[in-house]
Design a protein around this ligand. Structure first.
Ligand SMILES: [Ca+2]
Ligand SMILES: [Ca+2]
Ligand SMILES: [Ca+2]
Length: 342
């Protein structure tokens, strides 16, 4: 028998399977192949036989076939290699190609997400802005960004938007949503004036006014009283105003001072008429003054700034000298100073 590998007990030469009996010289990781009368040591897939060192050494496929095995990144491994993809891509089913990852599927954005090739972009709905982290959306505070421009009275920031507000009472929001309109409580009927009173609308509220006539006067119109029937011996009554007329004026606190707010004079006026006017009541704090413009016209001025909303009732007396006789007229003027914040 050749190579001394035949069994002597047999007449024929029988091959010994060295791979089975373990009587072979293949190294670890090598594959033993039995041959008639011999055997062969093969390397496993991914390894090549290094004839110099008599070992199987790993094949670096990434170097051997650059750019052909993997679409993006090739990583050698013992006996094999793996493809991998850069951030924003995922390895395709074929293990070679890279596909865009739809990052939006995992909801990485605070609000809206747009998938793009190799990446994604977060964006925010109207009224929000994207923070520096690129993901979170923060409400825009419109009120602080444009101070005083958006709303006439008050700006209220809300998530994604803003709203204007009006004072809780006396005003209603205009249809534009930015300005406040005075409610006319007198015409809408939401006032509590009695039937004897006259409702007077003012900015932000209303007043219940009494245009009553004192004794010995009779009411000749809604706002006018005329003296009638003084007792025979009452000088006081006979020198009291012939006529009392009520007026109502409304101004805002930011009215430019001095302001002529009222004129008074005989109607009709005659040549030779001469008047004197004075405020007989309601001007204790000197907010008002009078001036004679000519012999038959007097004017009332607001001469001091009224800083807070306030109501006044001033009595303006006009003495008319006509044909040698004095006659007195009284104008009772309600002056409403209302807020200028609207
Ligand atoms: Ca993507
Ligand atoms: Ca907002
Ligand atoms: Ca009102």
């Amino acid at each position: 028998c050749q190579f001394l590998k035949c069994r002597l007990s047999s007449l024929a030469c029988v091959d010994v399977d060295e791979c089975q009996t373990g009587n072979h010289g293949c190294g670890e990781g090598q594959i033993c192949h039995n041959l008639p009368g011999s055997y062969r040591c093969d390397c496993q897939t991914g390894y090549l036989h290094d004839s110099l060192r008599q070992v199987c050494s790993d094949v670096n496929e990434c170097w051997s076939y650059p750019g052909r095995l993997c679409a993006q990144t090739c990583e050698n491994s013992p006996g094999s290699y793996q493809c991998s993809c850069t951030a924003g891509f995922s390895l395709a089913f074929d293990g070679k190609n890279c596909e865009d990852l739809n990052e939006c599927d995992s909801s990485p954005c605070g609000q809206e997400c747009a998938n793009i090739y190799g990446s994604y972009q977060c964006y925010c709905r109207q009224g929000f802005y994207l923070k520096e982290d690129g993901h979170t959306c923060e409400d825009i505070d419109e009120c602080s960004q444009s101070i005083g421009n958006l709303c006439v009275f008050q700006c209220v920031n809300v998530p994604g938007s803003y709203q204007c507000a009006c004072p809780p009472n006396g005003y209603t929001m205009s249809t534009t949503g930015h300005t406040c309109r005075d409610i006319d409580e007198c015409s809408t009927g939401v006032h509590n004036c009695s039937t004897e009173q006259t409702c007077s609308n003012v900015q932000g509220g209303y007043r219940c006014l009494s245009f009553s006539c004192p004794p010995y006067y009779r009411k000749v119109s809604d706002t006018r009283c005329e003296r009638s029937g003084c007792p025979a011996n009452s000088v006081d009554c006979q020198t009291s105003p012939l006529r009392i007329t009520y007026y109502q004026l409304s101004f805002q606190t930011n009215i430019v001072i001095p302001a002529q707010i009222f004129r008074i004079g005989p109607s009709p006026a005659y040549r030779g008429d001469n008047i004197a006017i004075s405020i007989t009541h309601g001007n204790e704090e000197n907010y008002f003054s009078t001036r004679k413009l000519n012999s038959f016209t007097g004017a009332v001025y607001l001469q001091r700034q009224v800083r807070q909303p306030r109501d006044f009732l001033i009595d303006v007396e006009m003495k008319l000298l006509r044909q040698g006789a004095f006659t007195t007229f009284l104008a009772r003027i309600y002056v409403f100073i209302t807020s200028n914040t609207l």
